[in-house]
Design a protein around this ligand. Structure first.
Ligand code: BV8
Length: 375
């Protein structure tokens, strides 16, 4: 990290282009707060507008920093204001040369906002790769590999779990904030609970059904739906009962653990409506207790979903497992039933427990977005 000339100013973001550079400098105060200033050097921006502008070796030459042309409006006392200092320049199109490790995530999300807001697909994958390699070094080589495998695969199946929906603000089950940390699954998600403690069973599922109404599919769901449309993936087998893959537009969905949007009588299996269940009405045919169409522990999986998922997995040359602890049988066995390459994308990856050809530890939405930018 090149320490700036005076008072331990550090380079937060250094951008290069034809014969010049922009550098965002930062200095950490004793209070822990950072102040920022911008240094611009001999930058002529005309060539930046031209989409085909590609940095040549010459632009890589290190520019000696001159003090900012004018101090006015070149300093900032917050990160948001610091990024605003770059507003006059098409900075996402410049050649990123350095990003301060402590600011990688913030630079990356500022870049995302800028790209979504102003540049859309004008920023080419070459440039994006350069940005992601500087802002998300831990991901990028693996993201590159995955994007290549995805493009070369003739049949790709995705297996998802509750981790796919946490970025939609739906808790998963076994993470620190997961359902099963506060509730013993045997008391609510088993046929015994349905039979012996209907009030608790009903309260648990009503809470989840109503909670879902405030949520919607996230970028991860949208990208998978888009990949299906582009023929990059052929099927999604999911353990999720929230229906968000379907809501995001995916067609080839296999709900291994059923759906929380379907209802039937626990006694005669006649179908029922959501409001009948939520209003604790009994089955109008046999008077039995109503239940959501999810697979409870101890129950068999829906035969068709299981069979079709297995068929896809067995003919896949690439299986991507996203956001699941793989603790629930038999879905947990599916990744082992393919001869194709296997990839695991999860917020927690413990290499002792999981053995995949490629493992990427991180948030599903974020990683799928990185891959999507490269395919
Ligand atoms: C069956 C529907 C035949 C209801 C669910 C003893 C040993 C082994 C097996 C058994 C056993 N005793 C019983 C069994 C079988 C049992 C089982 O596997 N039990 C386990 C818990 C030990 N399985 C069954 O009962 C199945 N039926 O086997 O029938 C049979 C019958 C009887 C006896 C023998 C055989 C039925 C299983 C289906 C149960 N129903 N759900 C409902 O939703 O309420 S399972 C429940 O767990 C959820 O559906 C969920 O999908 C499933 C798996 O959980 P995950 O999706 O993986 O979620 P989890 O929280 O665990 O992990 C999320 C991960 O995402 C975390 O790692 C987290 O780090 C990560 N993450 C979070 N955010 C992100 C992220 N990753 C990336 N990005 C993020 N943003």
């Amino acid at each position: 990290m090149n320490k700036a000339m005076e008072n331990d100013w550090q380079t937060i973001l250094s951008l290069g282009a034809e014969g010049g550079s922009i550098t965002l400098l930062g200095k950490e105060q004793h209070s822990g707060e950072w102040v920022f200033k911008k240094a611009v050097n001999e930058m002529n921006f005309d060539d930046l507008e031209d989409e085909s502008f590609q940095p040549t070796k010459s632009t890589e030459k290190v520019c000696t920093l001159k003090s900012p042309i004018s101090n006015r409006g070149n300093e900032a006392t917050s990160w948001e204001k610091a990024i605003k200092l770059l507003d006059h320049y098409p900075w996402p199109m410049l050649n990123p040369r350095e990003v301060h490790p402590a600011f990688r995530k913030r630079v990356w999300s500022a870049l995302q906002k800028e790209v979504k807001g102003k540049y859309g697909d004008r920023i080419n994958s070459y440039r994006l790769k350069k940005w992601s390699s500087l802002c998300l070094p831990e991901y990028s080589p693996k993201v590159d590999t995955l994007s290549k495998w995805l493009q070369n695969s003739t049949h790709t199946t995705i297996l998802t779990g509750a981790g796919m929906s946490t970025e939609s603000n739906i808790p998963d089950f076994r993470s620190k904030e997961g359902w099963w940390n506060n509730i013993d699954p045997r008391t609510v998600a088993t046929t015994d609970a349905l039979r012996d403690d209907y009030d608790l069973f009903h309260e648990f599922y009503s809470m989840r059904i109503n909670g879902l109404k405030q949520c919607k599919p996230n970028i991860g769901h949208d990208i998978l739906a888009d990949w299906e449309q582009k023929g990059l993936i052929q099927a999604i087998a999911t353990q999720n009962v929230d229906g968000f893959h379907t809501l995001a537009g995916s067609k080839n969905i296999y709900e291994l653990h059923g759906s929380i949007h379907k209802f039937r009588c626990g006694n005669c299996a006649m179908s029922a409506e959501e409001e009948d269940f939520l209003s604790e009405s009994n089955c109008k045919y046999c008077g039995g207790k109503l239940r959501p169409g999810v697979v409870l522990f101890g129950e068999m999986l829906p035969e068709e979903s299981w069979r079709d998922s297995l068929t896809h997995i067995q003919k896949s040359d690439l299986v991507i497992v996203i956001g699941t602890s793989l603790e629930v049988y038999p879905a947990s066995q599916l990744p082992k039933m393919t001869n194709g390459k296997t990839v695991y994308i999860n917020a927690e990856v413990d290499t002792t427990h999981h053995n995949f050809d490629l493992m990427i530890e991180g948030k599903a939405g974020e990683i799928l977005k990185l891959v999507d930018e490269l395919v």
